[in-house]
Design a protein around this ligand. Structure first.
Ligand code: KG4
Ligand code: ZN
Length: 331
């Protein structure tokens, strides 16, 4: 089965074709970062309009790269939520229209399920059960995955998501949007230990997170500092170390609690190199393993939607005509 995947939940237009026999055939991504940069964040209306402009050219490009005609498709999957409602509507309307014209089934995919299953996309040896750390701009969750669709929430953030904490902290230190990757890059030249911030909620049992207090700590440190470039890098390093170590402590605890030996990491913050290194070291020490999608499949992309959609369509799930999106949607 060849499935076209469409992702338009936020500020990236992602398209891919996944073949259930041959794997990923092609994928393409258009990022709206430059469009939103001057506003310091995503402007929903501009995001929707840009998805309208870019989606069909990307579909054409992806099909050409896969060496396919539209009539070779057996199904269409699109992100149905959670996300920005207008942006979601663009992908849903286009996906449903294509499926209707091609007379193939269409399925709306949960964006976080896409992230959750992304590590399986390129590693067929990976099988449930595993513990997944989902760390994006909107979510921070630990999930026990016992099978496709069999998810148990182990813990989640009580306030800011990890990516959101990166973005907000970057902003208050004057870094341009999107802050997360910029702050991580700056931390590379920071000196470890020059600034130490707390590891929130690690001193008590449980698997929930809280990241909103960290940005206040950083703000105070930044306001009281000499505000030099080196200090900014040092603070970035201190912040990154605090988030990464907090995530690692909770991941270790989740593995211990469930008795599971495989950890997978998904979502945009999964692209963070220091997080990858620390989780790798933690897993090795415990005799377990950790798997990450390649960085491009950690952040939003069409491939994860094509893959999750293909699994759902193969299981016989699809929806009747009508365009439905769910901007707020628990997995
Ligand atoms: O999954 P994603 O692309 O979009 C959703 O939120 O669904 O995740 C984006 C988030 C942003 O908050 C971004 O700052 C963060 O992932 N991010 C990073 C890095 N790359 C992306 N955070 C820390 N280090 C990175 N290298
Ligand atoms: Zn995402």
């Amino acid at each position: 089965m060849r499935v076209l995947g469409i992702e338009t939940s936020c500020d990236e237009t992602g398209v891919a074709v996944y073949d259930t026999d041959r794997g990923l055939l092609a994928h393409a991504l258009y990022s709206q970062i430059a469009l939103h940069a001057e506003y310091g964040g995503v402007v929903p209306e501009l995001a929707s309009r840009d998805h309208v402009r870019k989606l069909l050219p990307l579909v054409r490009q992806t099909l050409a790269e896969a060496g396919l005609a539209a009539s070779d498709l057996d199904g269409v999957a699109y992100t149905a939520g959670p996300g920005l409602v207008g942006a979601l509507m663009v992908g849903a309307a286009a996906g449903r229209a294509l499926a209707w014209a091609l007379e193939v089934p269409a399925v709306g995919v949960h964006h976080m399920e896409g992230h959750l299953l992304a590590p399986l996309l390129e590693d067929p040896s990976l099988r449930p059960p595993f513990v997944a750390l989902l760390v994006s701009g909107g979510h921070t969750q630990l999930v026990e995955v016992d099978g496709i669709g069999a998810y148990r929430l182990l813990g989640e953030t009580l306030d800011d998501a990890a990516g959101e904490a990166f973005d907000k902290t970057a902003k208050l230190m004057g870094l341009p949007y999107p802050g997360g990757p910029q702050l991580a890059a700056l931390a590379e030249t920071g000196r470890p230990g020059a600034f130490t911030f707390s590891r929130p909620m690690t001193d008590r049992p449980g698997l929930d997170f809280s990241f909103s207090g960290l940005k206040t700590q950083v703000l105070l440190a930044w306001q009281q500092s000499d505000r030099s470039e080196q200090t900014r890098a040092d603070i970035a390093r201190g912040f990154e170390d605090a988030v990464v170590e907090t995530l690692a402590i909770k991941c270790r605890r989740a593995l211990e609690q469930t008795g599971i030996h495989t950890l997978v990491v998904a979502g945009g913050v999964g692209a963070n190199l220091r997080l990858r290194a620390m989780l790798q070291a933690m897993a090795e020490k415990r005799g377990g393993r950790v798997r990450f999608p390649r960085p491009a499949f950690c952040t939003d992309n069409g491939a994860m939607i094509a893959f999750a959609g293909a699994l759902r369509l193969m299981a016989g799930q699809h929806e009747d005509a009508g365009v439905h999106v769910t901007p707020r949607w628990d997995m």
